[in-house]
Ligand binder design. Sequence first.
Ligand code: SAM
Length: 464
Amino acid sequence: MTDEREILPEAFIEKMRRLLGSEYGAFAASYSQGRQYGLRRNLQKGTEQDFIRMMPFPLEKISWAREGYYYDAVNQPGRHVLHEAGAYYIQEPSAMAAVTALDPVPGERILDLCAAPGGKSTQIAGRMEGQGLLVANEVIGDRAKILSQNVERMGITNCVVCAEKPERMALLFPGFFDRILVDAPCSGEGMFRKEEAARREWSPEVVQMCADRQALILEEAAKMLKPGGMLVYSTCTFSPEENEGTISAFLQGHEEYSIEEIACKDLFSPGRAEWIGQPVPGIEHTLRLWPHFLRGEGHYVARLRKGRETGLWESGQKEPVRDKKLCKLVGDFLTEELELEAGWLESRPGQLLRFGEQIYLVPEGMISLSGVKVLRPGLHLLTEKKNRFEPAHALALSLDPQKVSRTKILTEREAKAYLRGESVACQEERGWLLLVYEGYPLGFGKASGGQIKNHYPKGLRKNL
Ligand code: SAM
């Protein structure tokens, strides 16, 4: 048994006692129970049935996210070939609720404003089924790189990854998005059970600093939503200042926004109006996820709708015509050397973009990228090297192996060797091959004289 007083900051205990009253005992007891572990199936890859059959350890469904499962920590899913293949994403169970509330729809324009490391962005992408535009933004450069890697690993085709301040994003995308997620930086109280660092860094001053910063971020996010659009705000903290307080203050300054009820309410507890000075009506329809009520850590989720009274904003930018010459060069390489189905490129919407030596397919609907720090302008297709092309790793992970003729099915031993950067034996004499494990593409290799030269990116190689 862990006594919560041994691990939690004293001022935090006092505050939670005051807020929770008679419920405090149950809350405190949750700190002596083990934390819960979750992973999320990649909705863009295969069926649920195949996924369950292929997973080498038992899974149990999480009720508030249709793609979410509990697993037992001894199974270490992060050290498995299927993880590198993007079959699933490891994510804390309660963290999956925000995207359930956001309810993304294929074909929409969606912004994830505070996106690294990418748990929620990759969940949104799964629900968008590759259709529409997802902009995943993370202000801290090093964290944006991890976000970009996760977008690649999950084989996402319609995501632009940026590393900008919210205020710069707001200048570029006024009234642009159908849905926006603000998973705000917060004091992290909901993670105290699983993260020692969150406990160490906490203080009442940090809570206030976070609340001030959340107000600024929400202000910028609000500018980017279309009239009629939906904004979901979430945190992983308990402090009312950062939850009901932030939302109430925002709504008092924005009459065009209102709280919208979240359908799976019975699973959660309502927002607490009495905990803050000036609650807005409807704050009880925002949600709190408590570790003593459900199998997950602490979270808060509010769903807001922007009124329709103003007209729809249009960027005025026309979808540019594709560069025919580049299109032909890329199309020929994809069908002749990779042997993708004829018309693969033509059937995909979006623009081809040359970025130095790199060629990307920018998702349809994306506006000009000038003036934005962009890490990934869309699906990375090819790298041009001395007048020849090499297929990009992101392209491999985005492909459906059943639609690719030049594949090589790997055993687990071969897959692990490939992930270490080793070459693998093959029967083909020459040419590019998509390497596939259990139905999931792992990357490309190039056959030459009975061996596949390894093209798994050096920075990703690992010993599993
Ligand atoms: N949504 C992410 C996920 O599911 O993986 C987690 C996001 S985390 C709670 C909040 C993010 O906001 C952090 O990556 C942090 O770097 C970023 N952030 C910090 N300061 C910020 C600011 N002033 N504006 C926008 N984002 C900020």
